[in-house]
Write a protein that binds this ligand. Structure first.
Ligand code: RFL
Ligand code: PHB
Length: 388
């Protein structure tokens, strides 16, 4: 088989890249290790930046998000039982959209199916070859046979555990990492949210987040230890641990119910540099991970894809490689700012340290955030997403 761009991974990065390229007549094939049903069953991100919304519109897949997504003009932060609000609208004139990654992935998959573009699900043993030459190849196994795709470029959109980054010789890549000694235990339930805005909770018992997917579906997270066993968290225990962290009003409004999904995600900051190796380009979680506290992972995947899609379009339409040559530096400049914001929010809001000094610093930081318009503006500007 032959294609212009072989894309590894059918997560948001791979699907969005495929869609943008397809709209510009650039042929691409996506290879995905899992089945489509499995990809759609992963409950992950919920917050979409304005610039990501614009990109989804550019890809022609934004209609359902605009119809069903919830526009949020501010966010709430609850510290030791007292809630504070930061208005995005007032500080930046912008807003974010609350719309589940699962729905967005479905929109992208439907868009791809409508375009008639090829996605190979259950593609096993994907291997990248010759990407340091101008004739890269990708091989994989499906239905007991080995297949080969020759292409002009390979886009590694296969997430943190994917094969693309691992195919790069160790001497050519530098990794920067911070692992936090905690995770998020998340549940999804068909109960109305406690508030019409997200509530990030800082509490001596540990961080919590009250989020949502719709007016009738809530998403909650609790800070947990990495050693936590999901089976030791029946729903009742989750709700009982959440309640004391909330303010009185939220506690009264909390409607509990059976979980429809429950999972634990470790918190990690990670960046691999550079993001280009000959004709292989990494995008999204394949190149970087943020802890979920700043809601940046999916949005960063989208911004990488925007830079990469435009660079590839420039290559094919204008015969210019300027965008490809600048891809890594451009993407990383935005990545590191989101890494900084996510690290800052994580360290400010979680109980990480036993040293009382550290908690005092967290409280001082939060108090400053609520009292200073400058600090609130910095927060809001980063949360709604920095410009490209
Ligand atoms: P993905 O989504 O991991 O997709 C990669 C795809 O590649 C496939 N794959 C392979 N395919 C072929 N061969 C191989 N060898 C392969 N290895 C892997 C995988 O099966 C998969 O389908 O990466 P992508 O596309 O870069 O997208 C990144 C986002 O999914 C991620 O950053 C976000 O979910 C992070 N995230 C959040 N981001 C936000 O912007 N806002 C949020 O509110 C937010 N909340 C979250 C989050 C992530 C969370 N978890 C579970 C880590 C909340 C949580 C709890
Ligand atoms: C979510 O709704 O899943 C969510 C929202 C905000 C975050 C992380 C996750 O910071």
């Amino acid at each position: 088989m032959r294609t212009q761009v072989a894309i590894i991974g059918a997560g948001p990065a791979g699907l969005l890249l495929g869609q943008l390229l397809h709209r510009h007549g650039i042929d691409n094939i996506i290879l995905e290790r899992q089945t489509g049903e499995y990809v759609l069953s992963r409950v992950r991100a919920g917050v979409i930046e304005q610039v990501t919304m614009d990109l989804l519109d550019e890809a022609g897949v934004g209609a359902r998000m605009h119809a069903d997504g919830l526009v949020h003009e501010g966010v709430q932060i609850c510290v030791d039982g007292v809630r504070h609000r930061i208005s995005f609208k007032e500080m930046t004139g912008k807003a974010v959209m609350v719309y589940g990654q699962t729905e967005l992935t479905k929109d992208l998959m439907d868009g791809r199916a409508a375009a008639g573009a090829t996605t190979v699900y259950s593609a096993h043993e994907v291997a990248l070859h010759d990407f340091s030459t101008d004739k890269p190849r990708v091989t994989y196994r499906t239905g007991g046979a080995t297949q080969e795709i020759s292409c002009d470029f390979v886009a590694g959109c296969d997430g943190f555990h994917g094969v693309s980054r691992k195919s790069v010789p160790a001497r050519a890549i530098a990794s920067h990492e911070r692992v936090y000694p905690l995770g998020w235990l998340g549940i999804l339930s068909d109960t109305p949210p406690v508030s019409d805005e997200l509530i990030y909770v800082h509490h001596p018992l540990g961080f919590a987040l009250c989020s949502m997917r719709s007016p009738t579906r809530s998403r909650y997270y609790l800070q947990c230890s990495l050693a936590e066993d999901i089976d030791s968290w029946p729903d009742d225990r989750f709700w009982e641990e959440l309640k004391p962290r909330l303010d009185d009003e939220a506690r009264e409004r909390l409607v509990t119910g059976p979980s429809i999904e429950k999972s634990i995600a470790p918190l990690r900051s990670f960046v691999a540099e550079p993001m280009r190796f000959g004709r292989l380009f990494l995008a999204g979680d394949a190149a970087h991970i943020v802890p979920p506290t700043g809601a940046k992972g999916l949005n960063l995947a989208a911004s990488d894809v925007r830079y990469l899609a435009h660079a590839l379009i420039e290559h094919y339409k204008d015969k210019s490689d300027a965008g490809l040559d600048h891809y890594s530096a451009r993407a990383l400049a935005r990545v590191w700012k989101a890494e900084r914001f996510s690290w800052w929010m994580t360290t400010m809001l979680h109980q990480i340290s036993d040293n009382p000094f550290d908690r005092k610093i967290q409280l001082a930081e939060l108090d400053y955030l609520f009292r200073s318009k400058a600090a609130a503006t910095v927060f809001a500007e980063n949360y709604v997403g920095l410009p490209y």
